[in-house]
Write a protein that binds this ligand. Structure first.
Ligand code: VY7
Length: 174
C-alpha cells in the first residue's frame, strides 16, 4: 500500500514570528480561532502526530474526536488510550492511508520533529501565521522551494482575534 492516501498528505501548524511553534511542550499563545480552524480542517481525516504532541493535548481533548489518532512512538509500553500506535512516520502514513475515506487527506499535526520528516512527502501545507514575538524551543520546518502559495485568508492583511492577536492562514501546495 502506498504511503500517500488518495487525498494526499497535508501538514497543518500554527507559528509565531520566526517560525516558533512550541515552548516547553505547549503552544505559547491563546488563539481560539486557530483551534476552531484546526478542528474544522482535520475532523473526518486521520491525524498523525508525534508522542510529544499527543502529550501536549489537554486530557479532555484526547483522542481528538472525529479523527483516527495515529501516534508515533518507539515505546511499546506507553499507553495511548483511544489512539493507534505507529513505530515510524512511514508506518503512520501507511496506517492513515488505509483509514482515510476516499479523497480525504491525511493531516500531520505535529510537532517539530515530525514536520521536519513529513514535509518531504507532503503536498499541502496549511500554516496559521501569528503576528507575535515569542520565545520558543520548537520551530516549523523550512518550506521547500517547490511549494507555492495557493491562498491567503484574509487575501491581504490580517484577521484580528478576539484576544487582539493578528493572524492569517496561508495554504501552500506543490
Ligand atoms: C493546540 C489545544 C491547546 C489547548 C487547548 C485545546 C494548528 C493547532 C494545531 C495543534 C492547535 C494544538 C486545544 C482544542 C481543539 C481540539 C484540539 C486541542 C480539536 C496544529 N493550526 N493549530 N493544536 N485543542 N497542528 N495546527 O495542539 O490544541 O481539534 O478537537
Amino acid at each position: 500500500m502506498s504511503a500517500q492516501g488518495a487525498g494526499g498528505i497535508g501538514l497543518i501548524w500554527a507559528q509565531a514570528r520566526g517560525g516558533v511553534i512550541g515552548a516547553g511542550g505547549t503552544m505559547p499563545w491563546h488563539l481560539p480561532e486557530d483551534l476552531k480552524h484546526f478542528s474544522r480542517t482535520t475532523t473526518g481525516s486521520p491525524v498523525v502526530m508525534g508522542r510529544r504532541t499527543w502529550d501536549s493535548f489537554p486530557a479532555r481533548y484526547r483522542p481528538l474526536p472525529g479523527r483516527t489518532n495515529i501516534v508515533i512512538t518507539r515505546d511499546d509500553a506507553l499507553e495511548l488510550p483511544g489512539a493507534v500506535r505507529a513505530r515510524s512516520l512511514p508506518e503512520a502514513l501507511e496506517l492513515a492511508a488505509s483509514e482515510a475515506a476516499p479523497g480525504a487527506p491525511t493531516w500531520v499535526i505535529g510537532g517539530g520533529t515530525i514536520y521536519a520528516d513529513a514535509i518531504e512527502v507532503a503536498e499541502r501545507l496549511v500554516v496559521t501565521e501569528i503576528d507575535l514575538d515569542v520565545d520558543g524551543d520548537t520551530t516549523a520546518p523550512e518550506i521547500p522551494e517547490d511549494f507555492a502559495l495557493r491562498s491567503a485568508e484574509p487575501a491581504e492583511g490580517w484577521h484580528v482575534s478576539a484576544s487582539g492577536l493578528r493572524y492569517r492562514i496561508l495554504t501552500y501546495t506543490r
